[in-house]
Design a protein around this ligand. Structure first.
Ligand code: F6R
Length: 612
């Protein structure tokens, strides 16, 4: 939610800021702005709409030679997406500017106080109070003023601050919203997320809560916000490279990321399995056999697509490791009465590692004594830093707002975790584990081989069905969460109303919706609930619903009762979720395209949900 970039060094600042904002646009895209010092004043250019509007507004400033500045791409919380509400925000003098990601909870009382003191506000945002508050404490040292101001602020922030009178320093500060500093020879960067830094450096410092940094071209000072005492820097090296955050010839990031799934899955299990020994290595979770033996219950904690991955994970863990699992929506979990204690293992699942609700749930579970192992894609993110151990998914940066490769790599991590727990508890033999690993290892090549055909089928379906306004997705057992995920993909990028349902629940309500205007996507692998699924399809047919099946190739019976069918290879039942997911992603993608929707940046959404 909102993307911040800042630069100080020797390069012309505007191309660096715009490039960084492009790489962060997935975090928010309703307006954007930049600010830099030039000719004794702060230039502040902002524009409503996507980044290209800002680029247009900056046409006249191409010659700017300044080498320090700040940029921001916004996802509105307080105040509509207008130019006036776009960041950077300025103080009364216009000489101090601030970019912010987060929410200032006490902004109203601060604003009233500052107004009484004569400050004049020009936006409806919570952020503007920070600019005026810093102005209030500003004498001749920006760092001191920022720290005094932040002592008064309640809520979450990642901040970048620039002041005309100290044009050789940028201040960064963080509480509960992510901020990463990039270090290179004679230049420093700040950004909300790593992709903005990748073209320039892979040496980064993740700011912790309560830390601020003074960025100068050739040095960086890290301090605590409260007393400005210097802190040690822990510099980390990122393995991702810049090309991983580019489209590589694909029309959209989402499509590229769909096609990257074979690699994302493979990279997630690679190095963790020894199939010939039927063994899984998971040193990173820091749990020995005894500790695993003491786990009485597991909570999988997540939001959105990651929650769907958790629902699949529950089936695997309960089936193989025989440990009861609860799958909790983090936004509900954090506000209910919890029975968690130190016999619980809590597993937050998050692509970004910054989702506010998941992070809050993690903290509550930890407080109650639970051990925490996160499943996460972003190195050094807050969730990973607050966990006792992390299973990283190695999907590479996911930029498309609709999660695709992160989901299938989360499934991979959960599949391995379930097998690992079973291994350590002696619930499965090494032969059984070996067979399941062999099954997993077939997934990347199956997906790679079938992707082009699925894509073609998805185009044909999109052509026929893009104008329908409601869809139902049905699945049973392991395919139920996949039905939820398919429906979520469709609704979030094509704005079509879509619902995922456990097929057996249909007759308890949703069947009333079925008529010839309701395409029903039925997930129909040849597993132990196949016959039940076929009966559900018959029920749809007899009410004139349109049946779009995803089923196993050569299943003539299914073909006969379906209006449309996309076929997949026959694989072991437990592998089906990986395979069935991909055609659904492609259907959503192609339908959104046919409707002229902005696939990578759907309305009202942002990639990393760092607010409640
Ligand atoms: C949907 C989607 C979201 C995220 C959710 C959690 O395509 O991307 O539903 O899955 O916001 O995000 P993370 O996994 O970053 O915690």
């Amino acid at each position: 939610m909102c993307g911040i970039v800042g630069y100080i060094g020797y390069r012309r600042v505007l191309p660096v800021l715009l490039d960084g904002l492009k790489r962060l646009e997935y975090r928010g895209y309703d307006s954007a702005g930049v600010a830099w010092p030039e000719k004794q004043k702060i230039m502040r250019i902002r524009a409503k709409g996507k980044l290209n509007m800002l680029e247009e507004a900056l046409e006249d400033f191409r010659g700017t030679k300044t080498t320090i500045g700040l940029g921001h791409t916004r996802w509105a919380t307080h105040g509509e997406p207008t130019e006036g509400n776009a960041h950077p925000h300025a103080d009364c003098t216009g000489e101090l500017v601030v970019v912010h990601n987060g929410i200032i909870e006490n902004y109203y009382s601060l604003r009233e106080e500052l107004k009484k003191e004569g400050h004049v506000f020009s936006s409806e945002t919570d952020t503007e109070v920070i600019a005026h508050l810093i102005e209030k404490y500003l004498e001749d040292d920006l760092e001191i003023a920022v720290s005094k101001a932040l002592e008064r602020v309640e809520g979450a922030y990642a901040l970048g601050v620039l002041w005309l009178k100290q044009p050789d320093i940028l201040i960064a500060a963080r509480k509960q919203s992510p901020l990463v500093i990039g270090l290179a020879e004679r230049e420093c960067f700040m950004a909300s997320d790593i992709p903005a830094l990748l073209p320039y450096t892979n040496k980064v410092i993740f700011l912790e809560d309560g830390q601020m940094a003074a960025l100068k071209g050739d040095s960086l000072e890290l301090k605590s916000i409260s007393d400005r005492k210097p802190l040690n820097k822990s510099i980390q090296e990122i393995k991702w490279d810049a090309s991983m955050a580019e489209k590589a010839g694909f029309k959209h990031f989402m499509l590229k990321e769909i096609y990257e799934q074979p690699d994302a899955i493979l990279n997630t299990y690679r190095g963790r399995i020894i199939p010939e020994k039927g063994q899984i290595k998971f040193d990173e979770i820091n749990l020995d056999k005894d500790a695993i033996g003491r786990i009485k219950r597991i909570v999988l904690l997540a939001c959105g697509t990651s929650w769907h991955a958790g629902l699949v994970g529950k089936y695997w863990i309960e089936k193989w490791a025989k440990i009861p699992v609860e799958v909790e929506l983090a936004s509900e979990f954090r506000y209910k009465e919890l029975l968690i204690d130190n016999d619980y293992l809590t597993v937050p699942i998050s692509q970004s590692g910054e989702t506010a609700d998941t992070l809050a749930g993690l903290r509550i579970a930890k407080e109650l004594g639970s051990y925490i192992i996160s499943i996460c894609n972003v190195l050094g993110s807050t969730i990973t830093r607050e966990s006792d151990g992390t299973v990283y998914t190695h999907a590479g940066p996911e930029i498309g707002v609709a999660s695709t490769k992160a989901f299938t790599s989360q499934l991979t991590a959960l599949y391995l975790l379930a097998l690992y727990l079973a291994q350590e508890l002696g619930k499965l033999s090494s032969r059984e584990i070996g067979e399941k690993l062999e099954g997993l290892m077939t997934v990347p090549s199956i997906i790679k081989e079938r992707l082009p055909a699925w894509h073609e089928s998805a185009k044909v379906l999109a052509d026929k069905y893009y104008s329908y306004s409601d869809f139902l997705y049905l699945g049973r057992n392991l395919q139920f969460p996949i039905a939820l995920e398919g429906a979520l993909k469709l609704k979030e990028i094509s704005y079509i109303h879509a619902e995922g349902y456990a097929a057996g629940e249909m007759k308890h309500g949703p069947i009333a919706l079925i008529d010839r205007n309701m395409p029903v996507v039925a997930l129909c692998p040849q597993d132990h609930v196949y016959e039940k699924m076929v009966s559900n399809i018959e029920e749809v047919r007899s009410r004139r619903g349109i049946v779009i099946s995803v089923g196993v190739e050569g299943d003539e019976g299914l073909e006969r009762i379906s209006n449309e069918i996309i076929t997949v290879s026959k694989v072991a039942d437990d592998i089906n979720p990986f395979i069935f997911t991909i055609p659904l992603q492609l259907i959503a993608y192609e339908i959104a395209l046919a409707r002229g929707c902005d696939v990578d940046q759907p309305r009202n959404l942002a990639k990393s949900v760092t607010v409640e």
